[in-house]
Design a protein around this ligand. Structure first.
Ligand code: ZN
Length: 458
């Protein structure tokens, strides 16, 4: 009986081997091809329009438009990347005020590709209009779920054209000294901060250096205590991604800011049909903020990346029927996307905090706006207005612009078409006597979007 089993097993093994043989040959061929697959080097220097070397972001796209690699040039403008042989589109950018350049390149193993003096021109200057850009919710390795060193996060901020930023690691202030020191001799304003991650919601304590060791907020009193501890340090407190997790809506007026746009979910555009809640909660946050404004609560809306990985990854794949969602997902998740533009009286932490307190802010992932209504702007109050003259300038380095929506008490009361690729300047007069607040929103043909803080009417 034993022998029979042995004989059968040998016979069976031989049969299996014969069946496998064609597959093994195929595998060997694949391995050989793979061994022959070579890599090549690309290097170069990025300069501004005056020939000054600068730090910028570079992304390599394959012929299907998928991102293969994301790097940044250094302080001397130079960059170096190793990629598989082949054709790519190299995109060079630096936030929303510089042009976005796209170059077709070919990577070869034998000949390293050197791209000397690629110039990237500044095409808009919102700094001249007293605006400072800032991302006030970002993580480093000091967070258990953060990937990068603090200096990598710092470089990514500048490569993405940010003027200021906060480091907000979960329940720690350990990275703040390095964050502030790195910015010391630069014109970047580094704000020491922390993210208070509690079981009842997450908060950014902006401009705080002392650790707030809070993981539970069980009573209303706990919330009030947390807020006053932050204010005592000279800081501001933001409710993070409330559409995902926030319970204390009846206490919302006590907070300084509300993050209505968090980079881990889609921009708060109106149509997000079919997108799961974990990627569409910004729409919920925006609606809740509108409800607060309509109930008479004044609270500044902010938008931040909540970045955990400067390479744009670690978002987690998701499948959806929504085309805009898939495009948005494929574009990655970078520092400063979205970001705030704050109108400041002085270029300092104090200037930024005051600007936030007063609501002199719009949020964007591309479109820039400069709007006045009877000569006041975002965060200001107008009294006894009947006819309001609204002057607007809307521009974007992405192109794609679609329309400017004027929203009063939560409803779109005017839609103004925008030129897709050139700045649109205009004036419109509207009767605003029935309304209490006005917000401006810029839409695009893709996922670029901007939204302002309100002008209040009394
Ligand atoms: Zn966070």
């Amino acid at each position: 009986m034993k022998y029979w089993i042995h004989t059968f097993l040998i016979f069976y093994s031989l049969m299996t081997l014969c069946q496998l043989q064609p597959f093994l040959n195929e595998r060997d061929q694949l391995v050989n091809q793979w061994v022959e697959f070579k890599q090549g080097e690309v290097m170069g220097v990025i300069e501004d329009e005056h020939g000054k070397p600068m730090i910028a972001q570079l992304r390599f796209f394959d012929p299907d438009g998928a991102i293969v690699k994301r790097i940044q040039s250094n302080e001397e403008g130079s960059f170096e990347a190793v990629l598989d042989e082949g054709r790519y589109t190299l995109e060079i950018s630096k936030g929303y005020e510089y042009e976005i350049k796209q170059l077709p390149i070919e990577v070869q193993n034998e000949n390293p590709l050197t791209l000397t003096s690629i110039s990237l021109a500044r095409i808009m200057d919102w700094g001249a209009k007293q605006y400072i850009s800032g991302d006030f919710h970002q993580h480093s390795q000091f967070s258990p779920d953060g990937r990068n060193t603090i200096s990598e996060v710092f470089d990514a901020n500048r490569a993405n054209g940010l003027n200021s930023g906060a480091l907000t690691d979960h329940n720690t202030v350990s990275g703040n000294d390095e964050w502030v020191t790195l910015a010391k001799d630069s014109n970047f304003i580094a704000i020491p901060s922390q993210e208070i991650t509690t079981k009842q919601g997450h908060y950014v304590a902006l401009n705080t250096t002392e650790l707030l060791d809070i993981t539970e907020l069980e009573t209303k009193n706990d919330v009030e205590k947390m807020i006053s501890m932050i204010h005592e340090q000279g800081g501001l407190i933001q409710i993070n991604h409330p559409g995902r997790q926030f319970l204390n809506w009846e206490q919302a007026a006590l907070f300084d800011a509300i993050e209505i746009w968090n980079g881990r979910a889609m921009p708060p555009l109106s149509d997000q049909t079919g997108v799961e809640t974990s990627f569409s909660y910004n729409e919920i946050s925006k609606k809740k903020w509108f409800d607060l404004l309509s109930s008479g609560v004044k609270i500044t809306a902010l938008g931040n990346s909540d970045n955990h990985d400067i390479s744009g990854g670690s978002m987690g794949a998701s499948i959806s029927e929504n085309k805009t969602f898939n495009e948005w997902m494929a574009d990655g998740w970078y520092n400063g996307n979205p970001r705030n533009y704050i109108k400041v009286e002085e270029q300092s932490i104090t200037g930024i905090l005051d600007g936030i307190k007063q609501g002199h802010v719009f949020i964007t992932n591309g479109p820039l706006m400069d709007i006045t209504m009877n000569n006041v702007s975002f965060g200001d109050t107008l009294e006894n207005v009947v006819d309001a003259e609204i002057s607007y300038l809307i521009a974007s380095n992405h192109g794609n612009l679609q329309q400017l929506n004027i929203i009063a008490d939560g409803k779109v009361i005017e839609e103004i078409p925008l030129a897709a690729n050139v700045p649109t300047i205009g004036t419109v007069t509207l009767n605003l006597s029935p309304y209490h607040w006005v917000v401006f929103e810029v839409t695009s043909e893709s996922f670029e979007y901007a939204i302002s803080n309100p002008i209040y009417l009394k």
